[in-house]
Design a protein around this ligand. Structure first.
Ligand SMILES: NC(=O)c1ccc[n+]([C@@H]2O[C@H](COP(=O)([O-])OP(=O)(O)OC[C@H]3O[C@@H](n4cnc5c(N)ncnc54)[C@H](O)[C@@H]3O)[C@@H](O)[C@H]2O)c1
Length: 244
């Protein structure tokens, strides 16, 4: 690993993204922490190695302006972590077109816009991209089909980008996390009881019989982002065995 490294983490205000910022800092990296939610972002500990920016990754001009500023400020960028995302827990019958468009806009188009904005900088640094997919991208589950489809798309983008960008020295990988208690489920409009039922049901059958933590996912995200290794196009399950 060559340090110091500088990169972007989207969805940095809470959950896996927030834990990733902490993990990256512990490993000596400098982070541009992006999130749409100014309130959670404001509580993220900052120092000269962590700058926060309120950014909606579905807004193309916002992303490209912020990316240009970050590249200019740091004179380059070494990694991009696409962690921002949303969940949708509805039956097929009840899912609306608007919900599907909004979800795919955030979970598929958003990460694409972020990667596009940093591509020249990543080519210069021979950098790294880490996407956050999901176990449900690999293993079908009921009542979240469009969320699963959006994460399967992100997993496939990861593999395709690994092929396309590999000759430029850019590594592209993803983690596929299993159930982790974060604000994801409440932000999707689920009640506390629905969230508990979903997480309890899923974890009851996991080989490791427990939910994960944001920190357990962040370890893998940071490793893939920072370590100059031979891994690309990998979708690494971090899921207590759920994908088995
Ligand atoms: N928690 C789980 O069980 C789980 C499992 C598998 C995958 N994931 C994935 O992990 C990632 C992080 O989720 P989490 O569980 O930490 O949830 P979270 O809700 O705690 O974090 C998601 C973050 O993304 C931000 N965000 C949402 N829309 C945005 C936008 N348009 N622009 C910028 N930021 C935006 C939110 O404000 C929030 O801070 C997501 O992509 C999620 O799909 C989570």
């Amino acid at each position: 690993m060559h340090t110091p490294q500088i990169g972007i983490v989207t969805g940095a205000g809470s959950g896996l993204g927030r834990a990733t910022v902490t993990q990256l800092r512990q490993l000596g990296a400098t982070v541009e922490a992006w999130d749409k939610n100014e309130h959670t972002l404001a509580t993220l500990p900052t120092d000269e190695h962590v700058r926060t920016h309120v950014i909606d990754i579905t807004d193309e001009s916002h992303v490209s302006t912020a990316a240009a500023e970050a590249i200019s400020h740091h004179q380059g960028i070494d990694f991009v972590v696409n962690c921002a995302g949303a969940y949708l827990y509805t039956s097929l019958e009840e899912t609306t077109t608007e919900q599907i468009r909004k979800l795919h806009d955030l979970n598929i188009i958003g990460p694409t816009l972020v990667v596009q904005a940093f591509l020249p900088a990543l080519r210069s640094s021979r950098g790294s991209i880490v996407n956050v997919a999901s176990t449900v991208a690999l293993k079908p589950t009921a009542s979240n089909s469009h969320y699963a489809a959006s994460k399967a798309a992100l997993a496939q983008l990861t593999r395709c980008w690994a092929l396309e960008l590999g000759p430029d020295g850019i590594r592209v990988n993803a983690i596929a996390p299993g159930p982790i208690r974060t604000s994801l489920f409440r932000n999707a409009g689920m009640t506390e009881a629905q969230e508990n039922e979903l997480l309890d049901t899923r974890t009851a059958t996991l080989p490791l019989r427990r939910a994960g933590t944001p920190e357990e996912a962040a370890i893998w995200i940071a490793r893939l982002a920072l370590e100059d290794n031979w891994t690309t196009g990998a979708i690494i399950p971090v899921d207590g065995g759920m994908s088995l």
